[in-house]
Design a protein around this ligand. Structure first.
Ligand SMILES: Nc1ncnc2c1ncn2[C@@H]1O[C@H](COP(=O)(O)OP(=O)(O)OP(=O)(O)O)[C@@H](O)[C@H]1O
Length: 899
């Protein structure tokens, strides 16, 4: 670079000398800590009191483990920034910022994750209040990339900024010193000229774009000022970052997670929130997080970025909603049927159950269902209290009066206070249920004894009959009358033998008695119906049946008050089924036929899950309930605490429906309500995804929207193309800017039309790929997008054959699986590419995609083209699709046309 005066050069040398010496100092200190074993854990406590809680030791081990990791890091990367500030007294201070926890004993070495770390993101001239209250102004800044060479430290591509010049990029700080030394000893002119030349090459004006060489989110140790502000926002905040492609949303999300997981970087207030929350879930804060991504591939793509943040076990905690939903519904909440017969529904991805209105307004459907189910539940309680009021026995009647009184005085929507008042009646309810049950059971047992006295083989025969029933298909267990199962605590898992026969006898006889007393009939095809038929007159006699039936009906009503919270939440799936049936009859929300009562579509399952999560969350968000969680009134909510996480994060949030996002938000621990999502409405690649801020507002109450707009990924040309796509397809402007001082000039995107056969396409791709390698000097990360899974392998094979002469390997990424981290050319089905970035992207058969995906074509086009940082190539079987025909001018035939 020309124009650097002697002062500036002196300044650079001075910074280089100081920074490299500081690297050495920090690295040496870190290495000696590692060798001293200061990072050892509990074993260094000479007198570990055996009474010392093991959690304290565990904590110590965790701390020492994280110290060890930090020292390790510092020994290879001593600092990532140098910042000079001036305080109000005019005194200058130099800070070195490192990535993790600093090593002690080195003044002004601070972690980027600590409050002082923000200095590294601020612009020159910015003011900053240090944690001790001093106001300082940023005077100089250098972004460092330490590299340990055999003969000492260097910093590669250091970006320096000072008030009167810069930013400059210095390729090698070390070379700056060696060259100067060299200048003095160079006596020959040639040597001098070469030295000057290399000084020029070493210092570049502005900031260089770096080439993406491998698949994985790039390391971005220091965020920009705005991203930095977002990542530091308190843990207990609900945030949504919106912004166009490549503005660093995912980068910010991961950095934030890394910072918030390390308890040493949480402030006192955050620590106070985190500790009880973690104790309630029985999970350490560092593991108490969950992140959702729309695809498996994005999950893999981010893996290395998580490792850089020292965030372990990310595989367990980064989930797709598709998998998580099934697990939650099947294993945790018992909504989906399991092999042992629990659960109500069978999930069917292609079920045609929802009508257009439901697909267009799922939030309205949810609101309607939730209102309905709450009302339905309230009616159930009222009805039960009424039955008790009408009972003959005075103690039952009195209790009925009291319960009815409670229900009459609580508003229908104040479930929590109603549950609290009902809890006070629990002892009375329990005593009565036990007494009545004993009375009715002894009657039924007497009948059973009578049968046994008549025929000792009675039970064995019944057992055989039951065994036989289990083999019979078509036994209707779904539509068993509502009294069964959850009420019969005798319904133990015994499946065969005499024990099972006794249970079956009791259940069937009870069902028969209840049916008689309530003047209902029992379905002949149900299990109980079949057993009753088999028993014939071997049950209760008519008089006993009426008496026992009446007592059982009282018990049923009483049981509504035994564990009302559990009943309310566990009953949601059944209520959903009833609601759906009712809507089908009135012709709203659902298709009137074509599916069975036990089947459920994934988007319906979301509705059921949200109703469950919200019901539990509404109660658990009350401190008084959380405090009393072990009491019988609330203990059924305890398992929910185990599903909560201290942080819930969502990448590509607009791919999820508002219902899904609301479910995710409901998984955030109610003490913290920490939720962080990022997305872009223009990049929604699902038909059910969220379309507007209003939908998000429905899903997440009280959240802050932050917008980011500096587009770091793409070159100027590709940015312009992306902007044109948005204004052409949606008619509105995209608000982006390019990073200041960055050389963003790239090449025009390339277009190949009339490429109907694969050979033409492959020849063209191969030529372009070779050009890219020539331009870049190495093979960067390249992706080829095809329109269907079955095109992936043939494209990879054909291209592999074509590029073999140049030893360029092409990999087929089947089913959205990334293969290896090394830089080569990868072929993907377009549906998997959300959130990724490559130096070069080829989009094969764009016009076919327009035909295949008419509703999402514009989104795919936008997401696909914005995956490319510098090189973008499109091929068409015929010509550019009509919607983007007007963009033809922005394309060339190859990369040669520069701006
Ligand atoms: N402050 C920054 N300075 C320089 N580069 C940055 C900065 N922030 C992000 N980047 C880079 O920009 C690129 C895009 O980042 P990222 O994937 O986080 O963006 P995004 O907004 O999530 O994109 P998309 O919407 O396409 O998923 C990455 O290569 C990242 O390293």
């Amino acid at each position: 670079m020309n124009g650097l005066n002697d002062n500036s050069r002196d300044y650079l040398e001075q910074v280089a000398t100081e920074a490299l010496a500081q690297f050495e100092k920090v690295a040496t200190a870190a290495k000696s800590k590692l060798q001293d074993g200061e990072a050892l854990g509990s074993d260094t406590l000479a007198n570990v009191n055996t009474m010392t809680s093991s959690s304290a030791i565990q904590k110590l081990d965790q701390i020492s483990q994280s110290n060890r990791e930090s020292y390790q890091r510092l020994s290879t990367e001593p600092a990532i920034a140098r910042v000079v500030v001036v305080d109000e007294d005019g005194k200058e201070h130099t800070y070195y910022i490192c990535r993790t926890t600093p090593v002690s004993g080195i003044p002004n070495l601070a972690s980027y994750l600590a409050p002082v770390g923000r200095l590294a993101s601020l612009g020159i001239g910015s003011e900053f209040k240090l944690p001790n209250g001093t106001i300082v102004e940023v005077l100089e800044k250098a972004r460092l990339q330490p590299s340990a060479l055999e003969n000492g430290w260097d910093s590669r591509d250091t970006v320096l900024e000072v008030e009167h010049f810069g930013p400059l990029t210095v390729e090698s700080l070390r070379a700056l010193l060696i060259e100067t030394d060299g200048e003095e000893i160079t006596e020959d002119l040639l040597g001098q000229l070469l030295a000057e030349e290399s000084i020029k090459d070493n210092i570049i004006e502005g900031v260089r774009r770096s080439v993406i060489t491998k698949m994985g989110l790039r390391d971005q140790p220091i965020l920009d000022q705005y991203q930095d502000e977002i990542f530091r926002l308190p843990l207990d905040q609900r945030l949504l970052i919106l912004g166009p492609p490549g503005t660093g949303k995912t980068t910010t999300l991961i950095r934030r997670l890394g910072q918030k997981l390390d308890q040493s970087f949480l402030d006192e207030r955050e620590q106070r929130l985190v500790e009880p929350a973690s104790a309630e879930q029985n999970i350490a804060h560092a593991n108490s997080w969950l992140m959702f991504t729309p695809t498996e591939l994005l999950k893999q793509y981010l893996k290395e970025a998580f490792a850089r943040e020292s965030v372990p076990a990310s595989d367990l905690r980064i989930r797709t909603w598709h998998d998580f939903r099934r697990e939650l519904a099947r294993n945790a909440f018992g909504v989906l049927r399991t092999a042992n017969g629990n659960g109500l529904f069978i999930l069917k991805d292609d079920l045609n159950s929802l009508n257009k209105d439901a697909l267009n307004s799922p939030t309205q459907l949810f609101d309607e269902f939730n209102k309905w189910q709450r009302k339905n539940y309230a009616q159930e309680l009222h009805q039960a209290a009424r039955t008790l009021q009408q009972a003959k026995a005075p103690d039952v009647k009195n209790l009925g009066e009291e319960l009815a009184n409670i229900l009459a005085h609580a508003a229908d929507n104040a479930l929590a206070s109603r549950f609290t008042s009902l809890a006070a009646q629990l002892p009375k309810v329990q005593t009565l249920v036990a007494r009545l049950k004993e009375e009715s059971d002894s009657k039924i047992r007497a009948a059973l004894n009578l049968q046994l006295n008549r025929d000792r083989s009675f039970l064995d025969e019944l057992a055989r009959f039951i065994d036989g029933l289990q083999q019979v298909q078509g036994i209707d267990n779904d539509e068993q009358d509502d009294f069964d199962a959850d009420e019969d605590e005798d319904a133990t898992p015994l499946r065969t033998g005499r024990g099972a026969a006794v249970n079956a006898y009791m259940q069937a006889v009870r069902a028969q008695a209840r049916a008689a007393a309530s003047k209902r009939s029992i379905s002949k095809t149900s299990r109980n119906g079949r057993i009753i038929e088999w028993l014939a007159d071997r049950g209760l006699n008519d008089a006993d049946r009426a008496e026992v039936g009446a007592k059982l009906l009282i018990q049923t009503s009483l049981r509504r008050f035994l564990n009302p919270v559990k009943r309310y939440i566990d009953g949601i799936p059944k209520r959903y089924r009833a609601f759906r049936r009712e809507c089908q009859e009135s012709g709203t929300w659902y298709q009137s036929e074509g599916f069975e009562a036990r089947e459920i579509h994934p988007l319906e399952l979301d509705i059921v899950l949200l109703a469950i999560l919200r019901a539990a969350g509404d109660l658990l968000s009350r401190p008084s309930i959380l405090r009393d969680i072990e009491s019988p009134a609330w203990s059924s909510l305890r398992p929910f605490l185990g599903h909560y996480r201290n942080q819930v994060l969502v990448d590509e949030a607009t791919d999820f429906s508002p219902i899904q996002l609301a479910c995710m938000a409901a998984l955030a621990h109610p003490r913290l309500r920490s939720f962080f999502a990022c997305g872009d409405f223009n990049q929604r690649l699902t038909t059910w995804g969220s379309r507007s801020t209003d939908e998000l507002k429905w899903a997440l109450d009280n959240f802050d929207v932050k917008e980011v707009s500096v587009s770091y990924r793409q070159s100027k040309q590709l940015n312009e193309l992306a902007r044109s796509i948005i204004s052409t397809v949606s008619g509105h402007e995209q608000n982006t800017s390019l990073p200041e001082h960055m050389d963003s000039i790239g090449v025009t995107p390339a277009l190949l039309e009339y490429a109907a056969d694969i050979t033409t396409v492959v020849d063209w791709l191969a030529d372009r790929i070779r050009e890219i390698e020539r331009f870049v000097g190495q093979l960067p990360s390249i992706a080829i997008f095809v329109n269907a899974e079955e095109d992936v392998a043939p494209m990879a094979e054909a291209l592999n054959a074509r590029l073999a002469d140049h030893n360029i390997q092409v990999t087929a990424c089947r089913e959205g699986q990334a293969v290896g981290q090394e830089s080569n050319v990868r072929v993907f089905d377009i549906q998997h590419i959300k959130g990724l970035e490559f130096e070069a992207v080829f989009f094969v058969g764009v016009d076919q995609l327009a035909e295949l995906q008419p509703t999402l074509f514009d989104k795919y086009l936008y997401v696909g083209t914005t995956r490319a940082a510098t090189y973008l190539g499109l091929t068409c079987k015929s010509t550019l699709p009509a919607t983007i025909e007007s963009l033809r001018d922005q394309f060339g035939q190859n990369w040669c046309q520069r701006d």
